[in-house]
Write a protein that binds this ligand. Structure first.
Ligand SMILES: Nc1ncnc2c1ncn2[C@@H]1O[C@H](COP(=O)(O)OP(=O)(O)OP(=O)(O)O)[C@@H](O)[C@H]1O
Length: 352
């Protein structure tokens, strides 16, 4: 649904050049919620603004729903008109809502429809329908100043949906909200994604946002995408930074000559009793050093750090058994394990 290819953005600032995007290739599938996460200055805002051509890329292409927006971004009047039309299939939600304070909630939602030339009666009907969709049917005549932050963002989302877009871009939509309101707005975005088949591309600096609603994620650093994939693919990638942050597991070996293995469960494997099967089949004692279980984008996912007696060479067969069960397995090399001083209390007690 969204593809960027070699997307580059260089800003000229006080005679200096700042490369905000450095050849970004992004692929967002139809109907998924895709999160781009990165620290401040990584280039996230530049990316999302280039995707709907609010910012003109220095080079590279942006295709949304099969339309090459960069090809439409010429300076002629005709090109401008085509770009505006293509943009109507892209809604955008902002961190600070960007509502007009002098207009009622309903009139704010109608604004993009006015620009598209939709008739007054049709605009009013659509605005009320959208208010209902975001749970604010009773606020049509209120002004933005009379609403809470979460309600303002619901209006922002309704306005973004006015032109019946296929794609919703969200620029840190929950960063200005408290944790509970954040959860309700994320739930709304997820519901809209599922009810309307809406593709959502969001940028955030909060891993919790990715964990709560994303099907796929990309990690951005210094203008580049350094990791990208579905949550399942990321968890299956040895050494993935995103996977480690989504599911941090820790725990040190309880002694020398032990094999420490990180096991990732998802989908059906999350509910299978594989650890007890492993223990029974090979008659070995297994210690659990650390574990995390959670739901990511409606799927149950878990990670566990376990320890088997003996070196890896002695455990090739049991580790193979785990792999055969469809689990993702990563052997934790001794140098990657935390030093005993940092080990959790339980692991140290187990070593006694
Ligand atoms: N209009 C601009 N002119 C000059 N430099 C800019 C401009 N906009 C962004 N930059 C620079 O580009 C880089 C990427 O900025 P960008 O805002 O895209 O990052 P970000 O990941 O969204 O950060 P944040 O989360 O703080 O908004 C930064 O070094 C920033 O200073």
């Amino acid at each position: 649904m969204i593809t960027t290819s070699g997307l580059t953005k260089v800003y000229e600032s006080r005679g200096r050049q700042v490369t905000a995007l450095d050849g970004v290739d992004l692929h967002v599938r139809e109907g998924e919620v895709f999160g781009v996460i990165g620290q401040s200055g990584a280039g996230k805002s530049s990316l999302i603004r280039c995707v709907n051509l609010l910012e003109r890329p220095t080079s590279g292409t942006v295709t949304v729903d099969g339309v090459d927006l960069t090809a439409l971004a010429g300076r002629s009047r005709r090109a401008g008109k085509d770009l505006r039309r293509a943009r109507s299939s892209i809604g955008m939600v902002f961190q600070h809502f960007n509502l007009l304070s002098s207009r009622t909630v309903k009139d704010n939602i109608e604004l993009p429809l006015e620009i598209l030339g939709v008739s007054g009666a049709e605009r009013g009907r659509r605005a009320l329908e959208l208010l209902d969709l975001v749970g604010l049917a009773d606020k049509a005549r209120a002004y933005p100043g009379q609403l809470s932050g979460g309600q303002k963002q619901r209006v922002g989302i309704a306005r973004a949906l006015a032109g019946k877009p296929k794609v919703l871009l969200s620029d840190e939509a929950t960063s200005a909200l408290d944790p509970e309101t954040t959860r309700s707005i994320l739930q709304l975005l997820r519901d809209l994604n599922q009810q309307l088949g809406l593709t959502v591309l969001l940028i955030t600096h909060e891993m919790d946002v990715v964990k709560t609603i994303c099907d796929s994620a990309a990690l951005m650093q210094k203008g580049r995408i350094v990791e990208s994939g579905t949550v399942g693919e990321l968890l299956a990638t040895p050494g993935s930074q995103l996977a480690a942050e989504l599911f941090p597991v820790s725990g040190a070996a309880t002694g020398p000559d032990r094999t420490v293995v990180d096991v990732t469960f998802h989908g059906e494997t999350a509910t299978q009793p594989v650890i007890s099967q492993l223990s029974r089949t090979y008659n070995i004692d297994i210690s659990i050093l650390g574990a995390a279980m959670d739901t990511v984008g409606d799927r149950q996912i878990g990670r566990m750090r376990i320890e088997l007696p003996g070196r890896y060479e002695d455990n090739v067969v049991p580790v193979g058994f785990l792999r055969e069960q469809g689990l993702q397995i990563e052997i934790v090399e001794p140098q990657d394990r935390p030093a005993p001083a940092e080990a959790p209390v339980l692991a140290k007690e187990g070593a006694k």
